[in-house]
Design a protein around this ligand. Structure first.
Ligand code: PMP
Length: 452
């Protein structure tokens, strides 16, 4: 690691770094070239690195800490639960798990009132697909290109981005289709209405050609997250619902990233008034303080397993520490109107602020999002829309942009050619504006790589 004034670590941080490099194997990475930032502390919307620098967390630690870092009520609930009861096997009942399920069921749309708990997002997707297959007696699963559903076997196979490629053994029952994405339309559409119509026609045709009676589920992110925050139209999601109803296909809405306040609603799909059959969740359910995920199940699918054994389970399903953290998180988000805050900051500060940056920075091709869930699509050339980094890759321009943000005190979340603006849902107007001001200066670095 190059030692600059920003990276002169405290002795504790230096030890964490050295041990990490010696013993820790990191996700989605070639290990040799890694130089992970040491994070030593956090509070609200800020984290501190191993050199003592304070960074405004515009990443929410993988779009996760919706309630912000170190919320005192959640910390207290975990400590209280730890003192009372740390572990309970899944076949028993437990007050923390029961209450967490009740609070989640109360917030899900429709009759998705039964909750199966998992340890995170990927296993939630795995189980949702298994439930759909058993419920329908069919095997195929349709999912979008430009999507992410997790790193485990089935979840990575339904994923529609390059992370699937090295993990794909083929013959998995997965069929990918194109969803609506007007900025990079696969359908030569010029308006949202055209894009919606043509994307739905393409999905209908895919179903027809694959054989409707072979398709168990369509799984899609209500608002795709790491793939680029392409907010769909209400008509698109309503159209998917209709196709599912027509053909007896289970509609799985993956809300692992978009759920629990991120879009300014408890669940992103509420923005569109559509009710899926299964919702997968994780991350925001307890802001990642203790690993937790799950599937919210419709009454009809839950009924399938009333007299028939559900063949699946996890030792830590509804772990008391994770469940207690979920109860405290959901209660605090409700009492402190944190979901409403996400909606308001998005509408009043982040959306207008980012659009204003787009007017002045030629590297910004498009700004998309809602709530505290925004993507800034960076391009080399606005006319051709050539991305500033290749699909599935990175580029010196994007690396320089990240470094420029970091040098000015902002922790960004970057994916391929996109800067994702995904701060905690508790972000204040002043913090949002602080972040936008840093982006304004950092984007000059990206502008220098444009050719238009
Ligand atoms: N689905 C979506 C939409 C996600 O964004 C993610 C994680 N980024 C996952 C599933 C997988 O979740 P996890 O990493 O907790 O397994």
């Amino acid at each position: 690691m190059t030692m600059t004034p920003e990276t002169i670590l405290t002795p504790e941080a230096a030890r964490a770094y050295e041990l990490d490099r010696r013993h820790v194997f990191h996700s989605w990475s070639a290990q040799a070239a890694l130089t992970p930032t040491v994070i030593t502390a956090a509070e609200g919307c800020y984290v501190w690195d191993g050199a003592g620098n304070r960074l405004l967390d515009f990443s929410s630690m993988l779009v996760n800490t919706n309630i912000g870092h170190q919320h005192p009520k959640v910390i207290a609930a975990i400590a209280e639960q730890a003192a009372k009861l740390c572990t309970v096997a899944p076949q028993f009942a437990n007050d923390a798990r029961s209450e967490a399920a009740r609070l989640i069921a109360e917030r899900t749309p429709g009759d998705l009132d039964t909750i199966f708990f998992t340890n995170g997002g990927a296993d939630a997707v795995e189980h949702a697909i298994r439930m759909a297959r058993l419920h329908t007696g069919r095997y195929k699963v349709l999912s979008r290109y430009r999507s992410y559903h997790g790193g485990t076997e089935t979840a990575v196979n339904v994923t529609g981005d390059p992370r699937r490629w090295p993990n794909d053994h083929g013959n998995t029952g997965t069929v990918h289709f194109f969803g609506p994405f007007l900025y990079r339309s696969e359908f030569d559409a010029e308006t949202e209405a055209q894009e919606t119509d043509r994307a739905l026609a393409h999905l209908a045709r895919t179903i027809e050609m694959e054989g409707p009676s072979t398709i168990a589920a369509i799984v899609l992110e209500s608002v795709p997250g790491t793939a680029g925050i392409m907010v769909p139209t209400t008509e698109y999601l309503a159209g998917v619902r209709e196709l599912c109803d027509t053909h007896g296909i289970v509609f799985i809405a993956d809300e692992v990233m978009a759920g629990f306040g991120r879009t300014g609603k408890w669940f992103a799909i509420e923005n569109f008034g559509v009710i899926p059959d299964l919702i997968t969740f994780a991350k925001g359910v307890n802001s990642g303080y203790v690993p937790l995920g799950g599937v919210a199940i419709s009454a009809a699918i839950a009924a399938t397993f009333a007299d028939r054994v559900y063949p699946g389970g996890l030792t830590y399903s509804g772990h008391p520490l994770a469940a207690a953290a979920a109860v405290a998180t959901i209660n605090a988000m409700t009492e402190e109107r944190i979901v409403e805050n996400a909606a308001e900051i998005g509408e009043r500060v982040l959306g207008p602020g980012l659009r204003e940056l787009a007017q002045r920075h030629p590297s910004i091709g498009e700004v998309r999002g809602l709530g505290v869930f925004w993507a800034v699509e960076l391009v080399r050339d606005r006319a051709t829309r050539e991305p500033l980094a290749p699909y599935g890759g990175t580029s010196p321009a994007m690396n320089e942009l990240v470094a420029a943000c970091r040098a000015r005190g902002l922790l960004p979340f970057v994916n391929f050619n996109r800067l994702h603006v995904v701060p905690p849902c508790v972000i204040t107007e002043a913090e949002a504006k602080e972040g936008l001001a840093i982006l304004d200066r950092a984007l000059i670095v990206a502008d220098a790589h444009t050719t238009s």
